[in-house]
Design a protein around this ligand. Structure first.
Ligand SMILES: [Fe+2]
Ligand SMILES: [Fe+2]
Length: 331
């Protein structure tokens, strides 16, 4: 292990003079979160802290400068990156580590380089930094953030999967905001974390099939899950129920089901009804997010994702407009 001999307080002072106050706060938050995660996962906390401090040290530079630096340091640039030079602040900061900060540590460089566009094969430190950057305490709350915070201390690959899924679901609609490799990388994490479950489900299905003489007890097709969720939302007087068929448009899922509720209590009761009955049907949701706040609750059934919104939230996020190409059905 490379021993860090850097004077951290000197680095902090220099950073404070270079970055905007907000970005400096974010860097401190990322460093603290990375240190904490590193302690949890048995990685050198001091190096994680340093990686967190310096991860955004090249952010905020003009596009031309980032492009010029990337060229100077032989950083490969794809066409998407050429059109979105800000994304290069990760690899550029990594390339400048030694020269500007006296840090000669390939693992820290790798982590900083990958904090903008991650890869499937990443060191534990790189995953820690990637996640710490997104979940540090100064980040504004969004649906799913608490879940990813929880997963980051439970299983780093699951947290990576959830974070990437979130980016695809909620950033990708402004199609241009997402590096094209994100979906493929998400899929790889998805496969990694669902493989044992998929095998388990297949085995379970087999034993059920045997018991039932070859007939499966539950119909777990996306269409069937969708219809069941529609009926369960209607039972609790959910309004403006529509589905968007996303199959073929994204790898995330086959359908979004959007439901409006008048208040948080109704939103929660729709969620409870769907969760309970689907559990009884042996199709429990894989995750539920946003329940406590109740303004945007998400139930993920894998092929179907149900969004229960308060009106204001529904209009603000406007998933219908974002997924304007999707086939839409009103119920
Ligand atoms: Fe960044
Ligand atoms: Fe950052």
């Amino acid at each position: 292990m490379v021993k860090i001999t850097i004077d951290l307080s000197a680095v902090q002072k220099r950073l404070q003079n270079t970055l905007s106050p907000r970005r400096y706060q974010h860097s401190l938050g990322t460093a603290a979160e990375a240190e904490h995660l590193a302690q949890h996962w048995g990685v050198d906390p001091q190096r994680a802290y340093l990686a967190g401090l310096l991860h955004d040290s090249a952010k905020g530079q003009p596009d031309e400068q980032l492009l010029a630096l990337a060229k100077e340091y032989h950083i490969p640039i794809d066409t998407w990156e050429a059109a979105h030079p800000d994304i290069l602040h990760g690899p550029v900061a990594a390339a400048l580590l030694l020269e500007q900060w006296g840090v000669n540590d390939p693992e820290i460089s790798e982590a900083i380089a990958l904090h903008t566009v991650p890869a499937f094969v990443m060191s534990t430190l790189a995953k820690i930094l990637y996640l710490a950057d997104k979940i540090e305490p100064n980040r504004k709350s969004w649906p799913g953030l608490d879940e990813i915070r929880r997963l980051a201390y439970l299983d780093l690959d699951q947290a990576m999967e959830a974070m990437l899924r979130h980016s695809i679901e909620f950033l990708a609609q402004r199609a241009d905001d997402l590096h094209p490799s994100t979906k493929e990388i998400w899929q790889q994490y998805r496969n990694k974390i669902t493989m044992p479950q998929a095998n388990g489900a297949a085995l379970l299905g087999k034993s059920l099939d045997n018991k039932l003489g070859g007939h499966s007890m539950t119909d777990n097709s996306a269409e069937s899950i969708l219809q069941q969720c529609v009926a369960l939302a209607q039972e609790k007087k959910g309004r403006d129920i529509i589905s968007l068929k996303l199959r073929g448009l994204t790898v995330i899922c086959d359908y979004f089901l959007l439901v409006s509720a008048t208040n948080t209590r109704q939103a929660q009761s729709i969620c409870d009804n769907i969760e309970e009955k689907m559990k009884e049907n042996a199709l429990p949701p894989l995750r539920i997010e946003g329940y406590r706040e109740g303004s945007w609750i998400l139930l993920d059934f894998g092929s179907v994702v149900v969004h229960i919104f308060l009106e204001e939230e529904r209009q603000y996020y406007d998933l219908e407009r974002m997924w304007g190409d999707a086939e839409r059905v009103e119920y």
